[in-house]
Write a protein that binds this ligand. Structure first.
Ligand SMILES: NC(=O)C1=CN([C@@H]2O[C@H](COP(=O)(O)OP(=O)(O)OC[C@H]3O[C@@H](n4cnc5c(N)ncnc54)[C@H](O)[C@@H]3O)[C@@H](O)[C@H]2O)[C@@H](O)CC1
Ligand SMILES: [K+]
Length: 485
């Protein structure tokens, strides 16, 4: 099963792997033609009803694969208004090949009957697919009624026009007009909304590589951009809790959270290091905790600070010690929000009974310290991480040459990054980045996207600085790394 959003992500990842959408459209059109051949013999009349998006483009490709059939393509709109280059190129190819094609600009002119006035044997509904929003407008609406009024076998491309692929509901409300298809050819994977329809569904493999789903890619960044009309706070407020023996770690996490898009980042750290943290950047809001280590005495204060933030990043530079572990245990026991847990705080997680939504970011040694297992084969490691995430009930991002991300169900691998990133502090950058992303999306996506962009920032830093890469190079490179291209 794949949702519309995830399909768009996988499509973008496929393009980044060298399989662009036009190539997928060719496979989709071929699959539609195969479906036509499955229901009608050569010589049958086939009407392709094409919208001006890529759903229509799929049918324009299908026309070329239907030699021997009496094919007419009906384009709903003028060719100049076709919305994508790849669909337009396929329209041009159809015209150049002299395949019968008509354009319909006025819904009153829709006429699907063949020259003899009979209904076509097959109608391919390629008006709208995953790009539909709201109820069908004209001329699609009248065309849908015309399609439903025939006794042709109706094959829908990807999803019947006017149906939401995620829910199966008509896009314009319960009684709104939509195509009633006999069959659906859907691409790559089954869609959640199709099962409830009264239609035979075929899933066509259109050549999207498995790696486009398995590995993170630019598609994993879709939907994470800031809304253009957002207000301060809408893009996330993050509290970093750390520092004590170390000042750099919480600072790196906080700077990364800011660069990854959080609006406000606060750092709760022992007063001994508060001045040093603040000294790094006037963009940080520092909340000093009495003493030189974070300990059980600070639980209430940190809990009340945490309540005003979307995400807590717990661990950077906390150090280890009985008091620290006790603090983490007590804090997490009462906490019900979302937190990224890193470094010395990790070890406590498996023993804590908490309602919090955690993203744990161990490297492999820390994973073992938590009670998890690791393996050298990436696939075996991925499965072990998935099982351990299910066992602890939290999302895991296990760092390595290939990072493994799992929420106990889904697994994603991340290949960005380079050996130069084994320097100290890159993990703190990752924790802060994931913290910022977890304020705007779910833990699994935040972890996957975070691993991807920090690795990309590291790759850019390595290109500029070679073996001299240091963790402070990374935060400033995050905005560029977060562009989804
Ligand atoms: N990986 C993928 O996602 C692939 C997608 N492909 C095809 O591409 C389709 C999605 O293409 P698009 O994103 O271009 O979207 P559509 O072709 O579904 O819709 C395109 C346009 O229709 C218009 N529209 C939206 N709602 C409308 C309404 N209610 N009434 C009238 N017009 C409306 C909008 O202007 C929108 O831009 C898929 O369904 C599938 O058929 C395939 O070509 C190959 C791979
Ligand atoms: K369709």
């Amino acid at each position: 099963m794949i949702t519309t959003d995830r399909m768009a992500a996988v499509d973008a990842n496929a393009a980044a792997l060298g399989v662009p959408r036009k190539q997928l459209m060719e496979s989709s059109g071929n699959a539609v033609a195969r479906e036509v051949r499955a229901v009608a013999e050569p010589g049958a009349t086939v009407a392709l009803v094409c919208g001006r998006g890529n759903n229509g483009g799929d049918a324009l490709v299908a026309a070329r694969f239907l030699k021997g059939y009496d094919v007419t393509a009906h384009l709903l709109g003028r060719p100049e208004t076709i919305r994508t280059d790849i669909a337009r190129e396929n329209w041009d190819a159809l015209e150049a090949a002299e395949i019968t094609a008509e354009t319909v600009t006025d819904s009153r002119d829709i006429d699907l009957a063949g020259p003899d006035g009979d209904d076509p044997d097959v109608i391919v509904d390629a008006m709208l697919g995953s790009g539909v929003s709201g109820g069908l407008r004209e001329p699609e609406r009248t065309a849908a009624e015309a399609i439903n009024a025939t006794d042709a076998t109706v094959i829908a491309v990807d999803v019947p026009s006017g149906i939401d692929a995620d829910t199966g509901d008509p896009t314009g409300g319960p009684d709104s007009v939509r195509v009633r298809a006999d069959r659906v050819v859907t691409f790559h994977a089954e869609k959640p909304g199709l099962a409830a329809l009264d239609a035979d569904v075929t899933v066509a493999d259109i050549g999207i590589p498995a790696a486009a789903e398995r590995f993170t890619g630019p598609g994993d960044l879709l939907g994470l951009d800031r809304d253009s009309d957002s207000h301060k706070g809408d893009n996330g407020e993050v509290l970093v809790v750390g520092g004590g023996p170390y000042t750099g770690a919480p600072t790196l996490s906080a700077l990364a959270a800011l660069r990854a898009g959080a609006d406000l980042v606060r750092v709760a750290c022992p007063e001994r290091v508060a001045g040093a943290v603040q000294g790094f950047s006037p963009n940080l809001i520092v909340r000093a905790l009495p003493g030189d280590r974070v300990g059980p005495a600070h639980v209430d204060r940190v809990a009340s600070l945490a309540a005003g933030n979307d995400v807590v990043v717990l661990g950077p530079g906390l150090g280890r010690g009985d008091g620290t572990h006790e603090f983490v245990r007590e804090f997490l026991t009462a906490f019900e929000g979302r937190a990224v847990v890193d470094a010395d705080a990790l070890r406590v997680v498996p023993d804590v009974d908490t309602d919090a939504d955690l993203i744990c970011t161990p490297h492999q040694g820390e994973l073992v310290g938590m009670g998890g297992e690791t393996a050298s084969d990436p696939d075996a490691r991925a499965e072990l991480v998935r099982e351990f995430a299910a066992e602890v009930g939290h999302a895991l991002l296990v760092k390595g040459a290939v990072d493994v991300i799992s929420d106990g169900e889904d697994v994603r691998l991340n290949r960005t990054g380079n050996p130069g990133m084994t320097v100290g502090g890159t993990g703190d950058v990752l924790a802060g980045t994931v913290g910022a992303l977890a304020a705007v999306t779910d833990p699994f996506r935040a972890a996957a996207a975070g691993a991807y962009v920090v690795g990309r920032a590291g790759d850019a830093a390595a290109e500029a600085n070679g073996a001299g890469l240091v963790a402070t190079d990374l935060p400033d490179r995050l905005p560029e790394a977060m562009r989804n291209e």
